[in-house]
Design a protein around this ligand. Structure first.
Ligand SMILES: Cc1cc2nc3c(=O)[nH]c(=O)nc-3n(C[C@H](O)[C@H](O)[C@H](O)COP(=O)(O)O)c2cc1C
Length: 216
């Protein structure tokens, strides 16, 4: 395949991928799950530290129980939202539990990079150390997010449906416990995965020109 054809094929995948939130009641073959994870770990990461772990849940009862905890948290939060906004919050919050009926849900977790922060002495001013800690934390998050991007695109290329969801993270403690995530790792989102039952319409994007600023 020529480079131009490769780029066209990639653009087609990028353009046609959708966030799938409804899944057929069919199990996901293990080899397809492994394939999307193979794509995930090809992502670039700061210092190639590969700051990710992927926790996998296939137990429907546990997923339903987790969705119930997310829903309860959503309702608790909703009680603190002005009445005028409550209906729109509840409609928005409905998207926090769309992982519930997926045959497989992943919890990609990140950990911060600890390169520079381990090297600098206490004599370095606190502001700079905080800046370094932030850079290192974000490096872990970005690497894991790039891995999720690979995973979503690969799922689409394989004819699967997937969606990344940060909404469930309003119930972070419940998510961490349900997936058995050890200390030091932080779940960044849930990813629902399976055969699509519904493929949503294309969502609008601002064109690249309108979000690009050339610095003079
Ligand atoms: C960081 C992130 C968090 C998201 N959280 C949710 C979510 O909690 N629930 C949900 O249904 N979709 C979620 N989505 C999917 C977005 O709604 C979706 O990507 C966006 O509307 C564009 O649609 P598309 O992915 O089909 O192009 C999330 C996507 C991203 C990247």
């Amino acid at each position: 395949m020529s480079e131009a054809d490769q780029a066209d094929a990639l653009f087609t995948l990028l353009r046609e991928r959708r966030s799938v939130r409804a899944f057929k009641d069919e199990p996901l073959p293990r080899e397809l799950l492994e394939k999307v994870l193979d794509a995930a770990v090809l992502a670039p990461s700061a210092s190639n530290k590969q700051p990710w772990r992927f926790f996998v849940m296939e137990d429907r009862a546990k997923l339903r129980a987790l969705a119930a905890e997310v829903r309860a948290e959503k309702e608790r939060i909703g009680a603190h939202i002005p009445a005028d906004f409550a209906p729109s919050f509840l409609a928005y919050g409905d998207y926090f539990t769309r992982f519930e009926n997926a045959p497989v849900v992943l919890a990609p977790a990140a950990r911060p990079l600890t390169v520079l922060s381990n090297l600098v002495s206490e004599a370095l001013d606190q502001t700079t150390r905080t800046t370094i800690a932030r850079m290192e934390e974000e490096s872990g998050l970005i690497g894991t997010s790039l891995a999720i991007g690979n995973l979503l695109l690969c799922a689409h290329a394989l004819g699967l449906g997937a969606s990344a969801m940060t909404g469930p993270m309003i119930a972070r403690a419940a998510v961490t416990k349900a997936f058995g995530v050890p200390d030091g790792w932080s779940v960044v989102a849930l990813v629902a995965l399976g055969y699509p039952a519904e493929v949503p319409d294309r969502t609008e994007r601002k064109d690249a020109k309108s979000v690009t600023r050339y610095v003079k």
